[in-house]
Design a protein around this ligand. Structure first.
Ligand SMILES: [Zn+2]
Length: 351
């Protein structure tokens, strides 16, 4: 890691993303330039509040000192994988359950009283990142609905240029909008979403989307698709759900689409359709015009953009309303999206 010597006079914010596998940490200036970035991997045993707090504190200290000769950090933002209340306390974190009940914001604010620390759910941080450092810079929109498509589906809501967190602190939990008419089944067994229901958009449009859709018989010619994915259709032992999920990744399905595979293209279309239904459900309440699709799977946006519109049509939006809805691909560099998002939280907290 090296810190640039010429950091100018604009603000400098540390962005920290704590996730199950590791900690991403970096600094971003007011212009949206990434000054440096680092990654600290975490083993299973290291996923404790004590260990993670020490590593994050070291990272903040290191950066604070590096910039202190010219100017100190202007703030620190933390993206966390779970529900945080307005005070920064973790209400529930399926990925890092040891943090349940821990106030992440307070944990670091006490260690760094001179710095402003702001913590939020990762997808809320990502939304602020797109608004402040991504596509929001060239749109005139003050209201954005920003989806993060990765392992699951989540979102963040920007209203009037500010992150909307609701009364509880974690608004935007839109991965649990039910989009599948029936429940999701594997063989005869209903598969529950982490919210304990079934048929949520997170189950259909997360990273195992294609295995799930395959199993729900969304394909006409499963044998061809399986062979293209390197699975033997005659050996049922080789194609359990896990095998399907690891063979039918978004990357593989994108490559198959480029190779002209009609079934893969159809599944991308259905992916967009279900996502569109979820977006429609949110828009009935929010009436926001500008929707941003971010996260790892957003790089395949062109494969499912049309499907999103069909999902909205299916959801009953009249043509005049549909014309006003704009769906954009996020513009934050996906390799560092979480750092930009957390840094944007810090920038937004400045008076
Ligand atoms: Zn759910």
């Amino acid at each position: 890691m090296s810190f640039g010597s010429d950091i100018g006079l604009s603000g400098v914010y540390a962005g920290i993303d704590i996730c199950g596998n590791g900690i991403k940490i970096g600094t971003v200036d007011d212009e949206g330039a990434l000054l440096e970035a680092d990654y600290i991997p975490l083993t299973e045993e290291q996923r404790t509040p004590e260990y993670i707090a020490d590593r994050v504190a070291e990272g903040i200290e290191e950066r604070s000192q590096a910039f202190s000769e010219g100017k100190d950090l202007d703030g620190v933002g933390i993206g966390f994988p779970g529900f945080l209340d307005k005070s920064g306390c973790v209400v529930l974190s399926p990925n890092l359950p040891a943090f349940n009940g821990v106030n992440v914001q307070k944990l670091f604010q006490e260690r760094f009283p001179r710095l402003t620390i702001t913590a939020a759910k990762v997808s809320n941080a990502n939304a602020m990142g797109e608004y402040r450092f991504g596509i929001g810079r060239r749109l005139e929109a003050e209201n954005l609905l920003v989806y993060t498509l990765g392992a699951g589906v989540d979102a963040g809501i920007i209203i009037g240029g500010k992150l909307f967190v609701g009364d509880r602190g974690f608004a935007g939990d839109l991965g649990h909008v039910k989009v599948f008419e029936s429940s999701v089944y594997l063989k005869d067994q209903e598969i529950q979403c982490m919210c304990s229901r079934s048929g949520c958009v997170e189950q259909i449009c997360g990273e195992t989307a294609f295995a799930t859709m395959f199993w729900q018989q969304e394909v006409d010619d499963p044998r061809d698709l399986m062979q293209k994915c390197g699975l033997d259709p005659l050996k049922t032992s080789s194609w359990g759900y896990k095998a399907l999920a690891s063979a039918m990744t978004p990357e593989t399905m994108s490559q198959l689409t480029r190779d002209g595979n009609v079934t893969a293209l159809h599944l991308w279309h259905r992916y967009g359709f279900y996502l569109g239904k979820a977006i429609g459900a949110a828009l009935h309440t929010l009436a926001i015009d500008s929707i941003v699709i971010g996260g790892r799977i957003a790089r395949f946006f062109n494969l499912f953009e049309t499907g999103i519109r069909e999902g909205l049509v299916h959801d009953g939006f009249p043509p005049a309303r549909l014309d006003a809805i704009r769906i954009y691909k996020g513009e934050i560099d996906s390799r560092h999206a979480e750092i930009f998002g957390a840094a944007a939280l810090a920038a937004a907290s400045q008076p």
